[in-house]
Write a protein that binds this ligand. Structure first.
Ligand SMILES: *Cc1c(COP(=O)(O)O)cnc(C)c1O
Length: 425
């Protein structure tokens, strides 16, 4: 048995990084549904911003479980919070008061423009909750019989039926019709498109209940929201009594250098959805809203696991650490360093790359539409150099390292990427 003390001090010493009994991908594939195109790697250890595979190869992790492992791997704060909470109480259901849930909700509302929180287990569920809230608000407060929610093209909101419908990308919807009624799509950052959509949808009386947008489109290509656009969106929402829902699942919790993506846009949403970074890797999601639109009552919505003592205890420790360790300042500084390095690579490979875009520690390295390589080619070459990256569509390579990433690690990632590009260009 590994003692907590050993673990907290040095997770690598406790577990080591030696090669493990060889993992067999064929056996895995014969039992697990092949819903993912996986890299041929079996990761078995992690510490900080590094992970090791079953062959003891080391990788610098600029994926962080897809923008999720806020504190990296085996962070002492997480190890301690997980261990303490599992020993104390891990699950009881929402039949009872859960002090950890209340403490996390208080932290979240005190650190955002919202007043109330509903807890669930993922980003898709957080958006489902927001969709239900918006529909009930429309029915009960605005007397709208068939409410419509406007979302953006190239958005991503999850993989349940309602959230693939909300997601403005046909590839996620193909073969799953009939989709959920009541959604309408507009071009992101295009205010005229939104104005005319509202005008036509509301032509014979109000129908638009909510506008659901990401502050920065993550999955859709690391595409930041435009300040003037979002300020006008807020005005339109006020004017037409439309709820503004901001999906912060990928960019919330400090990743952009501010706690919330909406803070970059000078607006306050009515509803926020959160998940990925919130638990630092334990599964938790949340829908936050202002008191003025909190219309959910007992029986309206529920989740058996939602907000259990385990995930809330751990998530609260993650939130407090983001604040106490000034990880948002780190996200700003390291993000700037990373973008500068990537811009140099744009200069080195003018036939490959078009631009670098992002906020804090969510950045996209954008390939030219006619570049001879796709994002996956670059990912494979980077993996061979010991750097893990994630695509955001075929033309964008996404960098979402843990928020604890150091200056030396950013330089190391840039060196590995530079070597990778040299091998394939
Ligand atoms: C990942 C993501 C989701 C879905 O989250 P899951 O936890 O996978 O359900 C929703 N919205 C955004 C913006 C995301 O990046």
């Amino acid at each position: 048995m590994v003692s907590l003390k050993q673990l907290v001090k040095n997770p690598l010493k406790a577990f080591g990084t030696k090669a493990e009994k060889s993992f067999q991908p064929e056996v895995f594939d014969s039992h697990v549904m092949t819903t993912y195109g996986r890299f041929p790697l079996a990761l078995t250890r992690g510490a900080g911003c590094r992970v090791w595979d079953d062959q003891a190869n080391e990788y610098l992790d600029f994926v962080a479980g897809i923008a999720t492992c806020t504190l990296g791997h085996a962070h002492p704060v997480m190890v301690e919070a997980v261990t303490q909470q599992i020993q104390k109480l891990h699950h009881v259901s929402n039949l009872y008061y859960i002090p950890e849930q209340g403490a996390l909700a208080q932290w979240l509302t005190e650190h955002s423009c919202t007043d109330r929180v509903f807890f669930c287990n993922s980003g898709a569920e957080a958006n489902e909750a927001a969709i239900k809230l918006a529909r009930k608000y429309a029915h009960t407060q605005l007397d709208i019989a068939e409410p419509v929610i406007i979302t953006a093209n190239a958005s991503f909101h999850g993989r349940t039926l309602a959230t693939i419908t909300a997601t403005g990308q046909p590839k996620y919807q193909k073969n799953f019709s009939p989709l959920v009624p009541g959604f309408h799509y507009v071009q992101f950052n295009d205010i005229e498109a939104l104005e005319s959509a509202i005008a036509s949808l509301n032509a014979e009386g109000p129908r638009v209940a909510a506008i659901l947008l990401e502050a920065l489109q993550g999955e859709g290509g690391v595409n930041p929201g435009n300040v003037q656009y979002f300020q006008r969106v807020r005005e339109l929402c006020d004017q037409h009594k439309i709820l503004l829902i901001i999906d912060e699942v990928q960019v919330g919790m400090g990743r952009t250098g501010k706690l919330w993506g909406y803070e970059h846009l000078g607006i306050e949403p009515d509803v926020i959805t959160v998940a990925k970074g919130l638990g630092g890797g334990v599964p938790i999601g949340a829908m936050l809203c202002k008191a003025s639109c909190d219309v959910l009552q007992p029986g309206d919505h529920a989740s058996t696991y939602g907000g259990n003592p385990f995930v809330c205890g751990v998530a609260l420790a993650v939130c407090q650490t983001v604040e106490s360790e000034q990880l948002m300042a780190n996200a700003n500084a390291r993000g700037q360093q990373l973008r500068q390095g990537l811009l140099k690579l744009v200069d080195t490979y003018p036939n490959l790359f078009e631009q670098v875009r992002g906020w804090g520690l969510i950045n996209g390295f954008v390939l030219k539409p006619d570049a001879p390589l796709k994002s996956l080619d670059i990912l494979k070459a980077a993996t061979n150099q010991g750097l893990l990256l994630v695509p955001a569509g075929p033309n964008v390579v996404r960098f979402v390292p843990p928020l604890i990433v150091s200056s030396a690690e950013v330089n190391e990632a840039l060196e590995k990427l530079s070597k990778a590009l040299a091998t394939i260009s």
